[in-house]
Write a protein that binds this ligand. Structure first.
Ligand code: NDP
Ligand code: 2IT
Length: 444
């Protein structure tokens, strides 16, 4: 079957799954040149096989809140593709989570993980549970209930979850404790664990640091450095915070950051330790940033307004479809030269097209934010050999992985006649690796 007919069939089959179809469409459009060159891909129906998850698990998560009321949420784990290794990918706890969101994330994770060069398949999971405003005890009871079902589906050689939006060190701790109790094994089945029980140094920082290493590689290709550039970073969670920290360390000025309510702009440059105190330690709102120590800071309601702040580099690090066509146009008018994605699928398809057509350098999520899962892979390696590497050693490995991902994506784009198109490069490079592994393993 030719690609357009296949696309129609797949979109009908997944009708209503908006985010999933968006993610699939981006990949299928960019791999056209690979399909023209390698006929076996269509002959063996790799496309349809890749777009269908190997397994989808949906389950009830009942838990008791602090008032003694029984609450029910829905849990998910999509085990998408295991061609190159155990399913690997995060868990997201956010009220917007549904099957479409988890499938889009799981689908993208397949190619991202392939790009890291480590043996990890793709998966994703989560729940529509909202951790905001919940007590520690409520979060713990929810995590225990979630793992009471999930534990039977995962394992160090089967499926290795980690964090994502709403799932950080606290949640991973509760999930891990429950897994251990239920299975009576210390098999380190999750990544992003605490350092005292098998976690890896640099995992917390990895996605944000990796994003900046990738951006540095993109600019080096243009003969430019990061020193003195102005940057805007959306979000103020795990990815955004450590992207900002590394950006500042590399000589950039971070002008604005946001949360789901609004954004702060500080012409003196964002004080990242203050953001860490507010968001990571105290779990408060970003508007708390305004105080006597930051006299020139302003707060604006509405997180999307952040893209009106004039900058050289924009790093969307919050959530999917947070940067639309109008935002991309404004960024261009204000002189932005580079957009790189810390979040998964943060740019709408229309924004992506505008960025591509208007010569803005563009680092797509699958490549640019792969540092997090790459260090998760290194956490698994350390757990397997019962050793812990130093911060410097893991950071060096992360730098090399991000540089290699940049080289692979840019070389692949060039090899297919689309120099500089890192979306095409990342999608084809990730896709070809997984497709070859699938073809070698027969129809399973
Ligand atoms: P966190 O939960 O730590 O932080 C998320 C941030 O984004 C918060 O500031 C949150 O605001 C904001 N946010 C969440 N949803 C929305 C929304 N609908 N509109 C506006 N702002 C929103 O998550 P992470 O930092 O881990 O994840 C951020 C992004 O990076 C996600 O797309 C994730 O998939 C991706 N990613 C994460 C990796 C990781 O290792 N953690 C690895 C690779 C990608 P508030 O504080 O108000 O909730
Ligand atoms: O989107 C992502 O790559 C993540 N949330 C990290 C997944 C992982 O397994 O570390």
């Amino acid at each position: 079957m030719e690609l357009d007919v296949l696309k129609e069939k797949i979109y009908m089959h997944n009708k209503g799954e908006k985010e999933f179809i968006q993610a699939v469409d981006e990949v299928l459009e960019s791999i056209r040149p690979a399909l023209d060159r390698h006929h076996r891909l269509l002959e063996e129906n790799i496309i349809e096989r890749l777009c269908e998850p190997e397994r989808v698990i949906m389950f009830r998560v009942p838990w008791v809140d602090d008032n003694g009321t029984v609450q029910v949420n829905r849990g998910y784990r999509v085990e998408f593709n295991s061609a190159i290794g155990p399913y690997k990918g995060g868990l997201r706890f956010h009220p917007s989570v549904d099957l479409s969101v988890i499938k889009f994330l799981g689908f993208e994770q397949i190619f991202k993980n392939a790009l890291t060069g480590l043996p990890m398949g793709g998966g994703k999971g989560g729940s529509d549970f909202d951790p905001h405003g919940k007590s520690d005890a409520e979060v713990m009871r929810f995590c225990q209930s979630f793992m009471m079902e999930l534990y039977r589906h995962i394992g160090p050689f089967t499926d290795v979850p980690a964090g994502d939006i709403g799932v950080g060190a606290r949640e991973i701790g509760y999930l891990y404790g429950t897994y251990k109790k239920l299975t009576n094994t210390s098999s380190w089945v999750l990544t992003g664990k605490g350092l005292s029980y098998g976690g890896s140094l640099v995992r917390k920082e990895a996605t944000g640091f990796g994003l900046l290493y990738f951006v540095r590689a993109m600019l080096e290709e243009e003969g430019k450095s990061l020193e003195g550039l102005k940057c805007v970073i959306s979000g103020s969670g795990n990815v955004a915070i450590y992207a900002a920290k590394k950006a500042i360390e590399l000589g950039m000025k971070v002008l604005a950051m946001s949360d789901s309510n609004g954004y702060v702009y500080d012409e003196d440059g964002i004080d990242i330790d203050r953001i860490i105190e507010i968001k990571e330690v105290r779990r408060e709102r970003i508007r708390e940033y305004l105080d006597k120590d930051h006299p020139h800071a302003r707060y604006q309601e509405g997180s999307k307004g952040i893209w009106n702040v004039s900058c050289d580099i924009a790093l969307p690090c919050a959530t999917q479809n947070e940067l639309d066509l109008d935002n991309a146009k404004t960024l261009k008018e204000n002189g932005c030269i580079l957009i790189a994605e810390g979040a998964n699928m943060p740019c709408t398809q229309a924004a992506q097209k505008f960025i591509h057509d208007n010569g803005i350098l563009y680092g797509p999520a699958k490549a640019a934010n792969a540092g997090g899962v790459a260090v998760s892979g290194l956490e698994m390696s350390q757990n397997s050999i019962r050793l812990s590497w130093s911060f410097e050693e893991v950071d060096e490995r992360l730098k090399k992985i991000m540089k290699d991902i940049y080289k692979t994506t840019s070389k692949t784009a060039e090899a297919y006649g689309h120099r500089g198109d890192l979306v095409l490069g990342a999608n084809i490079a990730g896709f070809m690796k997984v497709a070859e592994a699938m073809m070698a393993q027969g129809i399973v």
